[in-house]
Structures are given as C-alpha cells and as structure tokens.
Write a new protein. Structure first.
Length: 641
C-alpha cells in the first residue's frame, strides 16, 4: 500500500478507501498520545551527530568511510555495474542504459485456456478472477522444476476503487463483486517460459494454480488443534480455509515457497458493529467495523462476533510446494502469529534452520526462529518449521543486541500454543524493542550479516504501539516521527545465527539531503542523486549486492521533493554505495524480486499502479492500471545478477 506520510487530520478527512492498511488500523484502534518532549528534543540531532551515533561496525566503510572516497575512486571500485538513473514521475518503467524490460504477467491474465482475457470495462467476474493471475503482486520466487520455470507470486490485496471501478463510487453492488475481490487475493503459481527473450505465461501448465481465501490449508506446529484455533467450520482446529494478504515471501533450501500473511485483520467485521472484540484480537487490529472489503457479507466466517477464532487462524507463514500443485499449503504456526512481512531462511553452520521475520506495524517487533532439527539435503524437512524456538529482538543503544526467547515461562502465556497465537503479547511481555515497521529481512550470502528495512514510523517518539509499549527515540530507530525510514543490519556473535547475541548498526538512513541538513538529511551514503524514502523490499543477489525496493510517498513534493515515483536501488554492503536502478509507474510500489535460473532475467513486481487514479500502466490509453511482473534483461544478453 502507499504509506503516505500526511498528518492524521488530513487522513481523517479522506475516504476510508484511500487509507493504507496501517493508517486504517490506527483510525480504528487509536492509542493514546504520549508525546515525550524530552525524547523528541533529544532526537533533534544534527546530521553529523546522527552519523556518529550509527557507525558501529568500525571496519565497515558504509557511512563515515564512504564519503572519504573521491568520485573517481568510487567509480573505479564500484561493484555495481550500471550507470544510475534519475528520479522521475513518468507513468512507465525507467532503467539504466543497456537494460530493457517487458511485462510477463498482469492482474487478470488467464492461467488456463477458455478463461476470458481481462475485461477493462467490467474487471471480470469472481469466476474469471479465480482462474486468472491475482491482483497486487508482492513477494515472488522463480523455481526451476525440472526444465520448467514456475513462478510463485503473492497477491497481497486488491484496490477496491480499481477492481470495483465499474461500479458507482467504486463500491460493490453484487455478491459476485465481493467474491471477485476475494478471488483476487491469495497467491498465483504459474509456469512461465522464454521464447526469443520474451517471457510469458504457459497456459494449462500442470503447475498453474490459484490459492485463494477459500483454499483449504493445514495448520502445523504448536498452535494446531488448540482450542483457540477451533471454529464452526473446523472443530478440530487443524485446518484453515485460505490465505490472504500475503506480503513478502521467503523460500527454503528444499525448494518450497513461503507466503507471509500480513494485514489479515482488515477483512473481518461484525454485523453487530457494537460488538467488542477481545483484547487479544484488538492487539492485531481486528475490528467489528468493516474496512471496505465486505467479506462477511458473502462469507459468515468473516463475522468476528459469530466466529472469533477465525482470525486466530491467520497471521502465519504459509509453506507452498511448487512441485505439488494439489498439495494443501501448510501454515507454520511455530514461526509465530503477527503481521508477517517476509521470512528470510538461513541454514546455520550447524545445519539448523534460522528464519528472520519482521512484524510490519508501527512499533512492532523483529523475530527469529531457530529449528531444533538439522537440515540435510534430501533429508526430512517437514518438521524443521514445526519444531523450534521463537525469539524477539532487543537492541541496546551501544550497538549490541540480544534475542529473547518466547516461552510460556518468559511471557506468562499458558502454553507454547498460546505463544504462537498471541505472539505480539508475548513479545511485549519480554520487553522487546519497538521498531519502525520492520519490512523485509535479507541475509548476506557472503557474510553472517542480516539486513531489515524499517520503512517509516510517524509515531516514533509520539505514541506507543498497539500493545501500549513505548516507542522511545534511539537505537536502531534514531529519529522522531520518522518519515523516511532506515535499514538496520546485525551480525550474530561468532558468525553463529543461533547465538543469542549480535552487534548492529544502520546501513543507510533514508532522507532528503537536498532539503535538510539535520537528521532528516539521512546518512552520508544518501545524496541528492540516489535519495529515496520508505525502504521495503530487500533481497541479495548471488554477487552479494543488496537490492532495495521502496513503498513510500511518491508525491515528489515538500519533504519528498526529488524522490519521484517508487523505485529499486542496488547497494554494496561493503562500501555503502547506493545507485538507483529502476523507477516505476505512477502511484505504484516496487516489490518482489527473483531471477531466472540462468540469471539473465530479473523479475520485479510492480504493485498497485494508479491506486489513486493516476496511472494507465501497463496497457496505456484509457485502460485500467494493473499490477504486473516485469522481466528485466540486459540488451547484451548478459547476467543481471
Ligand atoms: Fe505489505 Fe509491510 O508491506
Ligand atoms: Ca503493498
Ligand atoms: Ca512490503
Ligand atoms: Ca510497505
């Protein structure tokens, strides 16, 4: 979604339809204002103070050291092999010289023969949408299955004003309209193939699949079968219908896909709008007031007054096997329940699986899971994400940090099942560090070093999180009312991802150095030529280049003047260098990144172009804007990673 940084008064005057998920949550569940003037004043650092405060990894030249290089030395030593591009606000794709792109798949493209092409006048029907590529693509991964390429893509949500743009005021008029938007959610598995350099959908492939909010899934791990998971539809509490609002993704060494359920709360409501939801559900923003999707009108399980446990069955990491298109997706409750962004899987030196995960809401936490079992190629993998330990991060101001284990004893919750259901409550109980909206986590393939995008947090230093935990300025969250975001990184002690200690610093602090000379100018590896806001997607390529995707304010004015449309940049962890690679069409975010197995094509997601009516990308003319997967290639046919 667009996380615009306008003030609340302005937001209150806007239609609910224009609010992002997190803005809506705040409107529904306002927390008390607890402005701490001392802390806000304390945060009024100069840019120089800020830089001093964040340089922790002395051996790394990312911040202070980077500026010491001359431009010539920088160019000569750069590992990023393209000429960076300017910011822009054009309704198209901008790339460096020597690169080209084409669209592989768009919202509404049929996956099977006989399914009608996308109809720009009607935006299709529930039936056509259920057999076509879903909307608002987010995390994605390309898998080599034999000699085939199968792309798994999250379809995070759908823009109501776009999919219902054929209806008065963009509101549904029939049950089929509501079922259509429901079918636009979930995920899409699709075989794609390349002919003469052009990638396209392989219709009728046995690997093509839609997973929707109605697809049966299996619950695994500590929460499976617990009373809080039992519903009228499934009194055993071991299965769950569907998955939706999957944001970022992960993949496992054994070749499966991880879809991560994020803002699941926004789909529940109650016929009785005075119904009071439980404090446990309220912590996740579940409300009796409909957010606009109206799922409960066509499917009673979304009525939280009648079926309160339905919402307990969402907020998980979901494992999907691209090789078994008929297998039920598995919800991995051992990885905790929160607004999952992505799931970065690392094989630790001793063979244990470590999964790093962010909870994307203002003032929520960063988590780590460590399996008890060991991964071996060709060995049993089903238990690796069922049986393990869950931790939450605490950052100290001195550059050290620790992982705090979440157990019944440490949290006061009654069982591991409850820890895996009320994970946020457990993390608050152990005193974890409230973060500036943790988005994607990415692990450096060349070093025991992990990065997390902290996208922005206008409440930093202003308001507690939804659990009432304070959000003091400091540590990895150094700026009050943080409108630009930053990327934190940490190194586990001894290079051991299962160690409970780590050292951290800030890799980049986004800002606008053309306008601001205080902390809002950002770190020294940000300049007028590469500035951006709201880092969100993060992924390393095989060369150890960290790609940064943005989901921020695209107004290109005031504090965001010069930032242009949302974009993708390449950065070098060793030097801190950052270069802009791609700028997307109007009102989109750039999210989702994967490569063909020969690395000659990079696939990039363009989500919600025209979310406010200002784009006709990719089809042009008067067409309906459509989320799409781009293929990006070098004109000389070389590798893109
Ligand atoms: Fe769906 Fe946190 O972005
Ligand atoms: Ca999004
Ligand atoms: Ca995101
Ligand atoms: Ca975001």
């Amino acid at each position: 979604m667009n996380d615009s940084n306008n003030n609340n008064d302005h937001k209150l005057n806007e239609s609910l339809d224009d609010l992002s998920f997190d803005e809506y949550d705040e409107l529904m569940n306002p927390t008390s204002e607890t402005t701490d003037f001392d802390r806000v004043v304390e945060a009024s650092l100069t840019r120089r103070d800020l830089l001093k405060s964040v340089v922790v990894f002395g051996s790394i030249a990312a911040l202070g050291g980077f500026n010491a290089l001359s431009n010539e030395a920088r160019a000569a030593s750069s590992r990023i092999g393209f000429s960076p591009i300017d910011a822009d606000t054009t309704d198209g794709i901008s790339l460096p010289a020597g690169y080209k792109s084409h669209v592989v798949a768009r919202w509404g493209d049929p996956l099977w023969s006989g399914v009608p092409e996308f109809d720009h006048a009607t935006r299709g029907t529930a039936l056509s949408q259920s057999k076509a590529f879903g909307d608002n693509i987010d995390g994605m991964e390309a898998f080599a299955v034999g000699d085939k390429t199968v792309l798994l893509v999250n379809n995070e949500y759908s823009n109501r004003k776009v999919i219902w743009g054929n209806r008065p005021e963009g509101k549904p008029t029939t049950d089929d309209d509501i079922n259509k938007i429901k079918m636009a959610h979930g995920l899409t598995a699709v075989e794609i193939s390349e002919t003469d350099g052009q990638w396209s959908i392989v219709k009728d492939s046995p690997y093509n699949r839609r997973v929707t909010p109605d697809t049966p899934t299996v619950l695994t791990g500590p929460a499976a079968g617990h009373d809080l998971m039992k519903t009228a539809a499934d009194p055993t509490g071991t299965t769950s219908l569907g998955t939706f609002n999957n944001c970022g993704n992960g993949s496992t060494p054994w070749g499966t896909y991880l879809a991560c359920e994020e803002n699941f709360n926004g789909y529940f409501s109650a016929e009785d709008e005075d119904h009071k939801v439980s404090p446990e559900l309220k912590r996740y923003g579940v409300s009796s007031k409909d957010r606009g999707y109206q799922f409960a009108k066509v499917d009673e399980r979304f009525d939280v007054a009648k079926h309160p446990n339905e919402a307990n069955r969402l907020g998980f990491v979901v494992e999907v096997d691209p090789r078994q298109p008929d297998a039920m997706p598995k919800k991995r409750t051992a990885l905790g329940r929160f607004k999952h962004e992505n799931a970065e899987v690392v094989v630790n030196g001793d063979g244990r699986i470590v999964v790093y995960m962010g909870d994307d809401e203002r003032g929520e936490f960063l988590y780590r899971y460590v399996s008890n079992g060991l991964y071996a190629v060709g060995g049993e993998t089903d238990s690796l994400m069922e049986d393990g330990r869950l931790y939450v991060a605490k950052f100290h101001d001195n550059g050290a940090g620790e992982w705090l284990e979440l157990t019944p004893e440490s949290t006061g919750l009654s069982s591991m099942a409850e820890v895996c259901i009320h994970t946020r409550i457990g993390a608050s109980a152990v005193g974890a560090t409230t973060m500036d909206r943790p988005e994607w986590v990415a692990s450096n393939p060349n070093a025991a070093e992990v990065y997390c995008a902290l996208t922005n947090n206008k409440n930093r230093g202003i308001k507690p999180n939804p659990g009432g935990d304070p959000t003091p300025v400091g540590g990895p969250n150094p700026r009050a009312e943080n409108q630009y975001g930053q990327i934190v990184r940490w190194r586990p002690n001894g290079g051991d991802h299962s160690s409970n200690g780590f050292a951290w610093d800030l890799f980049v602090i986004a800002g606008n150095p053309a306008l601001h000379s205080d902390a809002r100018g950002g770190s020294s590896n940000v300049d007028a030529g590469n500035m951006f806001n709201s880092p969100d997607g993060l992924k390393f390529d095989d060369n150890g280049i960290l790609w940064i995707q943005t989901d921020g304010n695209y107004s290109n004015e005031k504090d965001f003047a010069g930032h242009g449309n949302n974009q993708m940049l390449a950065s070098d962890p060793a030097t801190g260098e950052i270069k802009r690679f791609l700028v997307g069409p109007n009102e989109c975010e750039i999210t989702g990144l994967t490569w063909s197995s020969d690395k000659r094509t990079m696939f990039v997601g363009v989500q919600h172009p025209g979310e406010r009516g200002g784009s006709h990308w990719p089809d042009g003319g008067d067409s309906v804007p459509r989320s799409a997967v781009l293929a990006i290639q070098r004109e000389d046919g070389g590798k893109v990673a």
